[in-house]
Design a protein around this ligand. Sequence first.
Ligand code: OAD
Length: 243
Amino acid sequence: MKGIRNIVVLTGAGISAESGIATFRGPGGLWEGHRVEDVCTPEALAADAELVHRFYDVRRAALATVVPNAAHDALARLDAEWPGELLIVTQNVDDLHERAAAKRMLHMHGELRSALCAACGSREAWSGDLPPGSACGACGAGALRPDIVFFGEMPYEMERIEAALARCDLFVSIGTSGAVYPAAGFVQTARHYGAETLELNLDPSAGSVFFAESRMGAAGVLVPDWVAEVLGWDGSTFRPGRS
Ligand code: OAD
């Protein structure tokens, strides 16, 4: 019998959809009028830095117009109350998890409110526009770029994520299409190490078949229900597993 003590939650654009932030792969395959490949690659940055910086400037400014929704709030509650290990891994570059007060979380694809120095690799908190050529606070080079993990670049904190996946008893994926690796492969890694797996999404993701259980619906409804369920498993211990 294996109980559930350690949980890894992966979130994607779907968890922020009800806050009013567009997902990436909506109808038509366009991300707010741009093909993802036109704004989210090192090649795009090299070819047209103005366009790429401006694109993320607009996304950064839009953060001021949105607030966390019931799903972010529920995960923050899970973080505050779950007595076992928890790691919330978000692919999102918005800051809605932390504004909901989640602490045990990380951004694997970077953050809009951060700038990355292409010269020395340091990262610094950023608000407002980030024009190409902005000076790095650490090395002084005019090489700051949006701190976004572009296609072909290595996501952040992969060692920490892999370690958490290897230890977890339950892996939960929320609001992600399963189209982008390595995040899309986390369910298989977690399964490999014996974790239970649950998907909460509006539509079945590309990797839906790998989940032991899938619940379809809006994150703003499914996530609070699931968190209430988890926190109600037992007042003092953890839920006994099925096998
Ligand atoms: P996608 O846009 O690919 O997928 C969003 C998923 O959320 C879809 O499966 C939708 O069905 C689901 N969804 C939409 N509204 C929902 C709601 N209200 N409740 C629950 N689910 C909902 O976004 P991601 O999978 O996050 O990378 O995309 C992965 C990565 O692709 C992003 O992190 C981004 C992009 O390239 C970077 O920016 C580096």
